[in-house]
Write a protein that binds this ligand. Structure first.
Ligand SMILES: Nc1ncnc2c1ncn2[C@@H]1O[C@H](COP(=O)(O)OP(=O)(O)OP(=O)(O)O)[C@@H](O)[C@H]1O
Ligand SMILES: [Mg+2]
Length: 323
């Protein structure tokens, strides 16, 4: 069962068709028979193996209670979705996600909308994004008049939904002023449309950032400090998003044979430990895990993946990481 062939059979049986499962059960029964003699209860092997497969490969399932009191099951979400929904249940409508690169913040905001059956919109507030992107614009019409065209942010603000202000710590000052105004009161005074938009009761604004809003740090250069009034909009509604190692395990195991997934996960853990212990300015993110999984699935070796990952690491960093 430790042959390459066996590994492949197991992994495809886990995610594959009934026929592939059937093959696996036969293989197992044969292996047990070889070791234990002829008296093998094939049905028992089938049951035990079936239970084991279901247990090991079950997608991560979260039993959630939505703010409106209803229950919902969500598969494959970041484990901290429950915490975020808990804050929403407390009554927060402005929420902030802070965490290292590639820890799942953007995905988490999207999943929140999905879990709550609400529309989702987002804007990445990197350099070059202006107030107009956020608040809408005035466009010339065929008859020579000018008409205001709503942005998705304004639409969700008025009609309800989840809107992600991504990379809020990269936003420029003018955009921050507009955001502050929108978050503070139940209305948005829009200088572009010249109107006041009331905020819908089911409008959830989620800000995401790599830093705590206190300016650039060694790891995340070029981030702006958010002013105290902005940060205060998120007091007690800021979630520190960490890498979800169970989710990562599930993502790797869903695409790779067990042994390969285990090897990759072990390496990821080691690298994170080395980064932490040596305070290296590096990240080993869920994005790394997802991309490495894709590379391995495409037939690359873990050695290839490592070579690409360490490509811009200095000698000193490599030594600290034990490369
Ligand atoms: N629940 C999930 N299911 C599947 N893949 C996920 C999930 N969460 C995160 N990922 C994977 O991890 C990658 C990083 O996630 P995401 O973009 O949400 O992180 P982030 O914290 O917003 O990163 P950044 O700080 O760089 O903006 C995604 O591209 C996706 O491939
Ligand atoms: Mg993101």
């Amino acid at each position: 069962m430790t042959t390459k062939q066996g590994e492949k059979t197991i992994s495809s049986a886990a995610t594959g068709t009934g026929e592939e499962r059937e093959q696996l059960f036969k293989l197992l029964a044969e292996a047990v028979r070889e070791h234990m003699g002829a008296n093998v209860d094939e049905e028992a092997v089938r049951r035990i193996a079936g239970e084991e497969i279901a247990r090991r490969y079950a997608p991560q399932v979260l039993e959630l209670r939505l703010p409106d009191g209803t229950a919902k099951t969500v598969e494959g979400a970041h484990a901290q979705l429950a915490e975020l929904l808990g804050m929403i249940e407390e009554g927060h409508r402005n929420l902030m996600l802070v965490g290292p690169a590639g820890s799942g913040k953007t995905t988490l905001a999207k999943t929140t909308a999905h879990a709550m059956n609400l529309p989702f919109g987002f804007l990445s507030l990197s350099a070059g994004v202006t107030e107009t992107h956020l608040l809408g614009r005035v466009l010339p019409q065929a008859d020579g008049s000018w008409q205001y065209q709503k942005s998705l942010f304004v639409k969700i603000y008025e009609e309800g939904g989840v809107f992600l202000l991504d990379e809020i710590d990269a936003a420029d000052a003018n955009v921050m002023v507009a955001i502050n105004a929108a978050l503070a009161n139940g209305v948005l005074a829009n200088p572009i449309s010249g109107t006041v938009h009331p905020r819908h009761k089911d409008t959830y604004i989620i800000a995401a950032a790599n830093t705590w809003g206190r300016g650039a740090d060694a790891q995340y250069a070029g981030r702006n400090a958010l002013d105290a009034s902005t940060l205060d909009r998120f007091v007690l509604s800021t979630l520190h998003v960490k890498y979800d190692t169970l989710l990562e395990r599930m993502l790797a195991q869903a695409s790779l044979p067990d042994a390969k997934a285990a090897e990759l996960l072990e390496w990821l853990e080691e690298i994170r430990k080395a980064i932490d212990t040596n305070r290296l300015r590096r990240v080993a993110s869920t994005r790394l895990l997802v991309n490495a999984t894709a590379a391995l699935k495409a037939g690359r070796s873990l050695a290839d993946v490592k070579e690409r990952y360490f490509i811009d690491w200095s000698k000193d960093e490599r030594a600290k990481a034990g490369v």
